[in-house]
Design a protein around this ligand. Structure first.
Ligand SMILES: Nc1ncnc2c1ncn2[C@@H]1O[C@H](COP(=O)(O)OP(=O)(O)OP(=O)(O)O)[C@@H](O)[C@H]1O
Ligand SMILES: [Mg+2]
Length: 263
């Protein structure tokens, strides 16, 4: 099955992407010949049952793990076969990550975690600090909490700091795996607003979620089953919380789509 993207220019393209895990002689084919196009500036949501391979797909799209077979192209250029240092450079410049296991640096405060990410790319310390302050404010982390080390924070605070860190360098694409999983309603909404803002300024977002409210932020929803994209729903851009009738229609479309997918 070949899929086109919602926007004109392809940012990420996979071709016959396959990932097989082998354990004690048993092979598990998690991704099978998966073809996918993610457009520049698309907010793509990936849904599917637990264990369907959503995280595996994110790792492959972002070069965090290499596929067993097939190709992943970013901006027309294959990332398969890049050296470790080329891959690291590509990820630092082009990608932001919020993954299920949060990887903040334990020896740095939340604020310094964000600074460290920004200073990898920019030497303008004052500008990096301003960006960090604005993002922390957006996700609702106050200054006292910014000064804490990850071990001194709650799961939700650390998760929001991970979102800040991922957005620091205005990545071309943000990969987020259940970024609202540990969050209460208000904090979750703040994180989703940060993703929506990134999308509005033209960044691509690839969001894996089990949560319908989160999924409705995307302009397209892909369903992963049996190692392939088994369905796609075009939702159009998120109209904002004030557009109640449009939101109700999108919620209904999403529920219908997921019911068809057997979710
Ligand atoms: N490193 C690994 N070695 C062996 N099997 C793995 C490995 N990583 C993932 N798997 C297996 O691949 C399948 C897909 O895992 P994945 O983490 O991609 O699922 P998921 O769709 O993200 O699930 P969830 O919604 O629970 O996060 C699972 O059955 C998992 O056990
Ligand atoms: Mg997962």
């Amino acid at each position: 099955m070949s899929l086109t993207s919602g926007s004109a220019t392809a940012l990420i393209t996979t071709e016959k992407l396959s990932k097989t895990f082998s354990r004690q002689g048993v092979q598990q084919h998690v991704l099978r010949n998966l073809d996918l196009v993610i457009g520049e500036g698309d907010f793509t949501v990936i849904m599917g049952a637990s264990g369907a391979g959503k995280s595996t797909l994110l790792y492959a799209l972002s070069g965090m793990d290499s596929p067993t077979l097939g190709d992943v192209r970013f901006g027309g250029r294959s990332i398969i076969g890049l050296t470790q240092s080329q891959l690291a450079r590509f990820r630092r410049r082009a990608c932001g990550f919020v993954f299920q296991q949060i990887h903040l640096l334990a020896a740095l405060s939340l604020f310094d975690n964000a600074m460290a990410a920004g200073l990898l790319v920019s030497g303008d310390r004052a500008a990096v600090a301003r960006r960090a302050e604005a993002l922390f404010e957006q996700v609702g982390i106050d200054r006292a909490t910014q000064a804490k080390f990850p071990a001194q924070t709650s799961g939700g605070e650390a998760q929001r700091a991970a979102v800040v860190r991922a957005l620091m360098n205005t990545p071309q694409v943000l990969f987020a795996d259940e970024p609202t999983g540990a969050l209460d309603q208000a904090s979750g909404a703040a994180v989703l607003d940060a993703l929506t803002d990134a999308h509005r300024v033209g960044q691509a977002v690839v969001l894996v979620t089990h949560d319908l409210k989160s999924a409705r932020r995307g302009n397209r929803v892909l369903y992963l089953a049996d190692g392939q994209i088994s369905g796609e729903l075009d939702l159009g851009d998120y109209p904002g919380p004030a557009a109640a009738p449009a939101e109700a229609a999108r919620a209904e479309a999403l529920r219908g789509f997921l019911a068809d997918m057997g979710w």
